[in-house]
Design a protein around this ligand. Structure first.
Ligand code: ADP
Ligand code: MG
Length: 698
């Protein structure tokens, strides 16, 4: 309790340190979305500076989230010279509200040329400023900001997210009014992201060029033991890891991040941390802080944290479960069914809005979960599958069926209780749905859990999409209901219509089974297997229209993002391919050749000592190594050629397709022989830490 939020300039600190009038004006800005008065900013800036200096800060930074998916910061000190050759510490309202980083080196997707360097950061006062403390004692006042260009185009991930939150709020409030709710003036989307990650010993990481440059292993033979014993999941946490987690939690708590749950994950060396949910924009900022803190704190323990979606072939990769719901400012969770959901018309309407949104915009949701790392998971025989469907569970599915068949629902299946059969244990009330671990979009009691989100990515994109598509759905529903002569009968007809049309998206079975793939195809659900294929849908007219209609992204902004993402894909595969070639030529090939030479020397020495000695074993291995090495070299040359060929494909989309179909395929072929050599060559000569070392020795 003492350390929680001690480094956050939050509501409590503001109430204590700001003059009453200033505090009230700022609160109004934050809560009602009013524009900020420059005079208010001046007073807030001064109080913020004093607070930060007391914490030991010398610098401040506008912290923003460009299209790299990471965060960016440039530090300025508070010093300002005085006439007598000294300095005073200053921080003005202007400096708080607006910053101007040179923006030319951030991806803009053709919105601006490099010479158009002006970009601005602007204070997002809905996410509190904080003092970032490093291990060496450095403290920086960090101000969450948004980032846009001189001509007003959006260059970051935060502005569209904030806009989507406003769009959702506007439409949801409209619908709530129709249900007679006049007290809710805002609806806020809430998010709790569960973050998966790997930890490996730093010495192994440092010895792997692929991990250093790409975040994943590009070579590596499978270990004798993987995750098949299911002994790591929820296993006892090792002391070294527990020490890391303790420091991680403390650092996060100081920053006001509600770090709550931690456990061992399925793969060896894999873990998870989940915070308690908060508003979507704060949650997005906090998730960035979680990822950054994971990496920094790991180093204090001689560990390296890997956030890549698929650092190791053959064991589970990492994702983020994005738990999402909507809450009113008078404290109602709009996705809470209550005990008798069948007569909770308001809940059923919001539920139907989400069902309609997910079915109509499933491609867009798939786009929001696409990144190069996730191509190794989605659609590649790993959880979750690439086909978007929704899990509702028994109770809601039953109600949905009643509405679909009869136009209305008359009962809710009782949840019942579970009797464990041991007399000392109490009867345990059952939840209204099981969890279904295989669904990519599951209703889990009072929220939806979008499970496709990549572990390394910002959650801004997926939530921007969720907010926008649900806003559009609610908008269409409200349009109809507002015109209705009789609200109740119109509502009943409308919900039935939505469910009849969109029930194809509901699937409560096993999403990993082959049968589901066939069934989904029959239902006409898209099965989008790669990032490039997903991106093609980003610019579909339907999707662009939804973004434009709700003022989230303009057509130009969507197209620029499309270009940026295509380029990011091509660049990622290009770096991976070049890293592989380098490792092949300078590490693996020399080691394998040396081993063959050593064996040949051994044959000669043994024969020289005992002419009749049997050297067939060495000779056999020489043959095997030489044969694998020959193929390995040929595949390296093929990959080199494939990479060179990319220069001839200019169009961004065609270039990305080339990287996926030609370069990536050549990489996989090379890896087969690299991994084969690893199983043949003397362990003493092998130049890379193995999967056994990386996954099990921590
Ligand atoms: P799981 O069982 O899927 O591992 P966890 O308990 O680890 O789930 O995480 C569930 C997450 O969902 C937590 O971050 C929790 O705060 C969040 N959550 C709970 N209620 C809501 C809500 N109304 N809106 C958004 N997120 C929520
Ligand atoms: Mg989960």
């Amino acid at each position: 309790m003492d350390i929680f939020a001690m480094n956050v300039f939050n509501d409590a600190v503001m109430r204590e340190r700001l003059p009453k009038a200033t505090y009230k004006a700022l609160k109004k800005t934050i809560e009602d979305g009013k524009a900020l008065d420059p005079d208010v900013a001046e007073v807030v800036a001064n109080a913020m500076k004093d607070w930060a200096i007391e914490k030991g800060a010398t610098h401040y930074t506008h912290w923003f989230q460009p299209m790299t998916g990471l965060t960016a910061e440039k530090h300025d000190s508070f010093i300002s010279p005085t006439a007598d050759g000294k300095v005073i510490m200053e921080f003005s309202g202007k400096e708080l509200i607006k910053g101007e980083p040179d923006a030319s080196s951030f991806p803009s997707g053709g919105i601006r040329a490099t010479f158009e360097a002006r970009g601005y950061t602007a204070w997002d006062c809905t996410s509190p400023a904080f003092a970032r403390e490093e291990k060496n004692g450095n403290v920086t006042l960090t101000i969450p900001t948004v980032f846009y260009s001189y001509t007003g185009e959006v260059l970051d991930k935060k502005i569209p997210l904030l806009r989507s939150m406003e769009a959702l709020s506007k439409q949801a409030v409209r619908l709530l009014k129709l249900f007679g709710n006049t007290t809710a003036t805002r609806v806020i989307s809430t998010v709790g992201p569960e973050q998966e990650y790997f930890l490996i010993d730093k010495s192994f990481f440092d010895a792997r060029m692929d991990l250093v440059l790409t975040g994943r292993t590009l070579f590596g033979a499978p270990p004798a033991k993987g995750q098949e014993m299911e002994d790591h999941y929820f296993g006892s946490i090792k002391e070294r890891i527990a020490a890391f987690m303790k420091e991680l939690n403390e650092e996060l708590w100081k920053l006001g991040v509600l770090a709550k749950t931690q456990h061992n994950e399925v793969a060896p060396g894999q873990f998870e941390i989940a915070p308690i949910f908060s508003t979507t924009n704060v949650s997005t900022d906090h998730n960035q802080l979680v990822m950054d803190t994971l990496k920094k704190v790991a180093l204090h323990h001689d560990l390296v944290c890997l956030l890549h979606e698929k650092p190791f072939a053959g064991v589970n990769g990492s994702g983020k479960h994005n738990n999402w719901s909507m809450s009113t400012n008078d404290g109602q969770n709009l996705l809470d069914p209550g005990n008798t959901p069948h007569d909770n018309a308001q809940f059923l309407t919001f539920l139907c809005a989400v069902i309609k949104a997910v079915d109509e915009y499933s491609e867009l949701l798939r786009v929001s979960a696409a990144n190069p790392g996730n191509d190794h998971r989605l659609g590649a025989n790993e959880a979750p599958p690439a086909i978007i469907s929704m899990f509702l569970g028994d109770m809601l599915s039953d109600i949905v069926e009643q509405i679909q068949n009869n136009g209305g629902a008359v009962s809710s299946k009782p949840n019942g209780t579970l009797t464990v059969g041991v007399s000392t244990l109490p009867e345990i009330p059952k939840d209204n749905s099981d969890r279904n671990r295989t669904s990519p979009f599951a209703f889990t009691g009072n929220k939806f859990e979008f499970r496709m989100v990549p572990s390394s990515a910002s959650i801004a994109g997926p939530n921007m999409v969720l907010n926008t598509i649900v806003a559009e759905s609610i908008c269409q529903i409200a349009d109809k209901l507002e015109k209705a002569a009789d609200f109740n009968s119109e509502l009943q007809a409308l919900l039935k219509e939505i469910l009849v049309k969109h029930n194809r998206i509901i699937f409560n079975g096993n999403n990993y089974s082959e049968d589901w793939v066939t069934e989904a195809e029959k239902r006409g659900l898209p099965n989008i297997k790669s990032m490039v294929e997903a991106l093609e849908h980003f610019i579909d007219e339907k999707n662009v229209n939804a973004f434009e209609k709700h003022g989230v992204l303009s057509k130009q902004e969507v197209h620029s993002r499309y270009e940026i993402l295509l380029e990011q894909y091509s660049k990622t595969i290009n770096i991976e391919a070049k890293t592989m070639i380098d490792m092949a030529n300078r590490l693996i090939l020399p080691a394998a050749a040396k081993y063959a030479t050593d064996l040949a020397g051994s044959v000669q020495s043994v024969k020289a000592a005992v002419a009749a000695a049997d050297t067939s074993a060495q000779e056999e291995v020489i043959k095997e190594v030489s044969s694998a090495l020959g193929s390995f070299k040929a595949k390296t040359v093929a990959l080199e050629k494939a990479v060179l060929g990319a220069a001839d494909v200019e169009d961004a989309h065609a270039n990305a397709v080339y990287y996926r179909d030609i370069v990536f395929v050549a990489m996989n072929e090379l890896r087969i022989y690299g991994d084969k050599l690893e199983t043949l060559v003397d362990a003493e000569l092998w130049p890379l830490p193995t999967y056994v070392e990386m996954l099990f020795i921590i």
